[in-house]
Ligand binder design. Structure first.
Ligand SMILES: *Cc1c(COP(=O)(O)O)cnc(C)c1O
Length: 462
């Protein structure tokens, strides 16, 4: 198994290389050259297995023998042992045929832990094998930074530098990052906004000479290993509800499209899926594209579901590559047009996508209404991201006899602001985190100057 770029020009890579690389050199994203298949028998045999064992079986073909089975099984088992629920990602039944897949039982209470707990271990494994060290740099306005820090805190061969905008992330989100006191974790508060932090990370990737040859690694959602790890919970939840003998549908609160693309991969591997419903907040590029063929950027809106606040959905490119029959030149041309001006998909690929995907956009007022309504009907308090999914699932449910699985992407305590706005007194943090607001913090405040940030990285990496 090799990995190829969605824009058709960059060299094909091995699994190890694709984990250590981020974006392809032609500006595209890496995808597997062929999609491994899960037979009906293999799916049926997964019923009743542990999450870690299902994860091992689903991901093994992507690893392509580049990690021996015992080691890979150990990495997977360790990654999911950090989750506080024995089922790792439990299914919670809301009504006769609507289920919540709780993806928020990891160390930082959002679904990004599922991928980043594994990615940190994979990176550390490959670096150790090569006798190399690497530096991770990332900018965060919330969930990704803390999940990346938790995923890397025990990695001997990695130093991680996460930039967040000073005094512009919520206290819970800041403390989830800054209370990790490991020697290889460096939190930098930038005196600027998220875009300033992001720009400095991008500039550092574009010109890495300041690191004198040390590898710089990205852990954003374009890393293939993150998609790979997310395929697993689609398979595990569908099997729990009767796959391969029964179809299911999924509803996915979406932004960069990494999560729902993983679902699409599960479908292409052979999982019987009726449809995927894409939920967006007011930043609705995915919904506009599917519903109105309006593939264009719009100004960023700050919403009550901030982890879904995006202008461009980077991983949508991977789906376009499939819809355009893996024609890298066509994808490159479309995305170049998209960067310059509002554009549209060609008729045939759009028609193909509409057969499998539905979409629905949910504004802030509706998010609050849904949190109240869902609580009234089910006693559950949804986080605002999951609330977009709940509404989209109800509106775009399709065939009522097909179970609908809505992905619960964050724990409500992490986004208490929206929950309080919806009229609830707030949500307590889970017991293992209830001292978060008293824990010691460590971070460094730096001006929004590239030279200052790079100097800090060079002086502190080990
Ligand atoms: C990152 C995130 C999303 C969006 O996921 P994508 O893979 O970017 O589509 C949704 N909800 C929460 C809570 C998140 O942290």
């Amino acid at each position: 198994m090799r990995y190829i770029s969605t824009r058709g020009q960059a060299p094909a890579l091995s699994f190890e290389e694709v984990v250590l690389t981020g974006m392809a050199s032609d500006g595209g994203l890496y995808v597997p050259e062929t999609i491994p298949q899960l037979s009906a028998d293999e799916l049926a045999e997964m019923a009743g297995l542990s999450y870690a064992e299902i994860a091992f079986r689903v991901m093994k073909p992507y690893v392509n023998g580049e990690i021996d089975d015992d080691t890979f099984r150990r990495l997977v088992t360790e990654a999911y042992a950090t989750f506080s629920h024995d089922a790792v990602v439990p299914l919670n039944q809301l009504d006769a045929n609507h289920f919540l897949l709780e993806l928020f039982h990891g160390p930082t209470l959002a679904f990004k832990d599922v991928a980043l707990q594994l990615l940190g271990r994979l990176l550390d494994h490959f670096l150790k094998k090569r006798g190399e060290r690497a530096v991770i740099m990332g900018a965060t306005s919330g969930d990704t930074g803390s999940a990346a820090i938790e995923g890397c805190r025990h990695c001997d061969n990695l130093d991680i530098f996460i930039l967040h905008p000073y005094q512009r992330v919520s206290e819970v989100q800041r403390r989830q990052m800054t209370s990790v006191l490991a020697d290889n974790v460096f939190n930098v508060a930038i005196e600027g906004n998220f875009d300033d932090a992001q720009a400095m990370v991008k500039a550092s990737f574009a010109d890495q000479s300041f690191l004198n040859g040390t590898r710089l690694v990205a852990v954003n959602s374009i890393n293939w290993a993150r998609i790979m790890a997310q395929i697993v919970y689609y398979v595990a939840s569908a099997v729990a509800l009767g796959a391969p003998h029964r179809k299911v549908s999924f509803c996915v609160p979406s932004a960069n499209f990494g999560n729902v693309f993983a679902g699409y991969m599960a479908y292409r591997m052979g999982l019987p899926v009726e449809r995927f419903v894409i939920a967006t907040n007011a930043n609705d590029i995915l919904h506009r594209t599917l519903a109105a063929n309006d593939f264009s950027k719009q100004e960023l809106k700050a919403t009550l579901a901030p982890s879904m606040d995006i202008v461009v959905s980077s991983n949508f490119e991977r789906l376009l590559f499939e819809a355009y029959d893996r024609d890298g030149a066509a994808v490159a041309a479309l995305l170049e047009r998209f960067q310059a001006e509002p554009t549209a998909l060609a008729d045939a690929p759009l028609a193909q996508l509409r057969e499998l995907f539905a979409s629905h956009s949910v504004d802030d007022a509706t998010i609050l209404e849904v949190i109240r309504e869902a609580h009234h009907r089910t006693q559950e308090i949804l986080d605002p991201h999951t609330a977009t999914g709940y509404r989209a699932a109800e509106r775009e449910r399709g065939e009522a006899s097909v179970p609908m699985i809505t992905l619960a992407t964050a724990h409500p305590a992490k986004f208490a602001e929206a929950v309080v706005k919806a009229g609830f007194p707030g949500v307590p943090l889970p017991p293992h985190m209830d001292d978060l607001l008293e824990r010691e913090e460590r971070y460094t405040v730096l001006p929004a100057e590239l030279a200052a940030v790079q100097q800090f990285v060079v002086e502190n990496r080990r």
